[in-house]
Design a protein around this ligand. Sequence first.
Ligand SMILES: Cc1cc2nc3c(=O)[nH]c(=O)nc-3n(C[C@H](O)[C@H](O)[C@H](O)COP(=O)(O)OP(=O)(O)OC[C@H]3O[C@@H](n4cnc5c(N)ncnc54)[C@H](O)[C@@H]3O)c2cc1C
Length: 386
Amino acid sequence: MNFTETEEQRDLRAAVAQLGGRYGFGYANERARRREPLRELWLEAGKLGFIGVNLPVEYGGGGCGMYELSIVQEELSAAGCGLLLLVVSPAICGTVIARFGTPEQKQRWLPGIADGSAIMAFGITESEAGSNAHRISTTARRDGGDWLLNGSKVFISGVDQADHVLIVSRTEDTRTGRLKPVLFAVPTDAPGFTHRPIEMDVVMPERQFGLFLDDVRLPAEALIGEEDAALGQLFAGLNPERIMASALAVGMGRFALGRAVDYAKQRSVFGGVPIATYQGLAHPLAQIKIELELARLMMQKAAGLYDSGDDMGAAEAANMAKYAAAEASIRAVDQALQTLGGNGLATEYGLASLLAAARVARIAPVSREMVLNFVAQSSLGMPKSY
Ligand SMILES: Cc1cc2nc3c(=O)[nH]c(=O)nc-3n(C[C@H](O)[C@H](O)[C@H](O)COP(=O)(O)OP(=O)(O)OC[C@H]3O[C@@H](n4cnc5c(N)ncnc54)[C@H](O)[C@@H]3O)c2cc1C
């Protein structure tokens, strides 16, 4: 076990932090208030090789792993300009295609995902099914050599920015007659595919959408990976998803904590000493520092396990990391706000706008309760409650 990052990882961290510093919270927050994407940052990050850092070199990627992609996410987020779609495009979709796609599919999609010129959103959530992914009812049926997709999805992030959505659907197994999951890359301009924005009371640049698939016709090659192995392929994408959600949350926590500490050191109210002198303020910030470091360590463990090929070990660590990162980040934003007093709620400082954004990590991509269910059952061997 080595707790020192390699020179390459340190260089990557510094280079991403530098990019994030050039854009920063002012840029991201202004866009977020208008619900407009951070397009310039996304494209520049892509050009610099940051978005595809985890993807294979032969398809335009950096040939590194989830550890490196989590560095990219954490450092941008710590600079106040995290990119939610890193969670879905290179981490989930890029991973699934790189691991399970045919050579043609890899050539077709990975170079664009890697350099950021193409974005693939990810759609699994449905309104009736919610956290119970086994209940999804979007279905695919064969029609000659094609597939026809029907169904709907909710809360799908970034569909307005994406050219494709990786849609999780179900199809009848011809041998057993039972429904099994299948993954399709669906073009966002396909006939029968419609999307509409969901109004959300959360200040973030990426919008969420409801999707409708009405007899969307897809060629055979739109089915990603193997028809009979989609469940395993899907799970392979969910560990990266959780690692990246952790990185986004840890970065946001670091950002809020940094703002609070800077403010507390320069703000003086009684007797000429800075408010940072008061343990009532300093201790909660110190606690948050510890909690963020712990969450980050678990995230790094998850990424390390994942990159070493240990999907099972990574699943436990990635769930725990997502839990810890969400909780630490929510506390960081809340305590930062308290530290700034009235200014914590002032638009100029922007911290209050992060309240709901920080809370997203407790709900998505998997809720806190479903993580606790996983740990209770898988780690502790307790009975399933649902
Ligand atoms: C900002 C944002 C972006 C998103 N982006 C995407 C995206 O890009 N793609 C995508 O597919 N989805 C996306 N989602 C959807 C997200 O993954 C879901 O919201 C999440 O999985 C929870 O599902 P739900 O909202 O249906 O809640 P529900 O499943 O209805 O849960 C409601 C509450 O019940 C609890 N609960 C449910 N079942 C149990 C149980 N068995 N035990 C204990 N408690 C339980 C939950 O923890 C939660 O607190 C996004 C959501 C948000 C908010």
